[in-house]
Design a protein around this ligand. Structure first.
Ligand SMILES: [Zn+2]
Length: 294
């Protein structure tokens, strides 16, 4: 908001004598409308995806309301069915905006789906379960928290009564995911970083994702990030209750939380997220095909 907000309103005010004849001039800079007075909207965010579900042979919508008869509780869900690869499809979950005041991940995910639809071979061999907005109420109200006031990303596998968490837990239980990728933006970090959990492989997926994304934003090289020891922007611990797969159900998926610096320009954050998403798909496919050839 730095550049746009310095525009002077006075320069845009029409002279009284011309007011009736001139084409109306907007009285506020467009940037102000989008960042402050115009409320964020899940429906507006997913418009291009809704359009795609009507034409794309790859994209399915499975969106669901978490509260009956409450349109504002719509949690958008999509399945992107990539072209068939050689083996059984690889099932990956992509989750954004579980903190509603981190909209860049949601926007990146929408763009990602559009890119895959334009160039489906990028998703060859994959079935992607995509959740652009895990916290619809927070997203629309620019709040980290859910309607209840709780942080949904501390509620998992703890008998939570949050309907969003219950829905996501059900999906995490039933989709048999081989990997989970969560997108966040951190306003206390000056650079990119990520958390890894689950299988060792996670680290080997996050490293190239951070490397590719660092074309757009710097990596956080601090030895301590968010209170955790970090090496080259990679943290091996995490908070209890974060969005994660259920324990003890088959092979453990890879788990990556990818964080952009929230104070960086939104466009750069989106580019970084897109780079990370593409990197993870490419790198994991390599691991799978290498494993298949052993
Ligand atoms: Zn977050």
């Amino acid at each position: 908001m730095t550049g746009e907000s310095s525009i002077k309103f006075t320069a845009l005010e029409p002279h009284p004598g011309f007011a009736m004849t001139l084409t109306p001039v907007p009285l506020a800079p467009v940037a102000d409308l989008s960042t402050t007075s115009r409320r964020r909207s899940v429906a507006r965010l997913i418009e291009p995806l809704e359009e795609l579900t009507r034409t794309s042979p790859y994209l399915l919508r499975t969106s669901v309301r978490t509260r009956p008869n409450d349109d504002a509780s719509l949690l958008p869900r999509y399945i992107f069915l990539g072209p068939r690869g050689g083996d059984a499809p690889i099932r990956i979950g992509i989750f954004a905006s579980i903190h509603g005041d981190e909209p860049e991940g949601a926007q990146a995910v929408v763009e990602f789906i559009q890119q895959l639809d334009q160039n489906p071979t990028l998703a060859t061999g994959y079935v992607l379960f995509i959740y652009p907005v895990c916290n619809p109420h927070g997203f629309e109200n620019d709040s980290r928290y859910a309607q209840s006031g709780r942080d949904l990303n501390r509620e998992f596998w703890n008998n939570s009564e949050e309907p969003e968490v219950q829905l996501l837990q059900d999906d995490l239980t039933h989709h048999g995911l081989q990997g989970i990728l969560s997108l966040h933006s951190d306003d206390t970090s000056e650079g990119l970083y990520g958390f890894v959990r689950g299988v060792t492989l996670s680290k080997h997926l996050l490293e190239p994702a951070l490397a590719r994304a660092s074309r757009f934003l710097p990596r956080n090289q601090n030895p301590l990030i968010d209170g955790f020891p970090a090496t080259n922007g990679i943290i091996h611990q995490g908070y209890p209750g974060i969005l994660s797969p259920p324990r003890g159900m088959g092979p453990r998926p890879f788990e990556i939380v990818f964080e952009t610096p929230a104070t960086a320009p939104a466009a750069h954050q989106r580019q970084a997220f897109l780079a990370a998403l593409h990197s993870v798909l490419e790198e994991y496919r390599k691991f799978i095909s290498y494993g298949a050839n052993l």
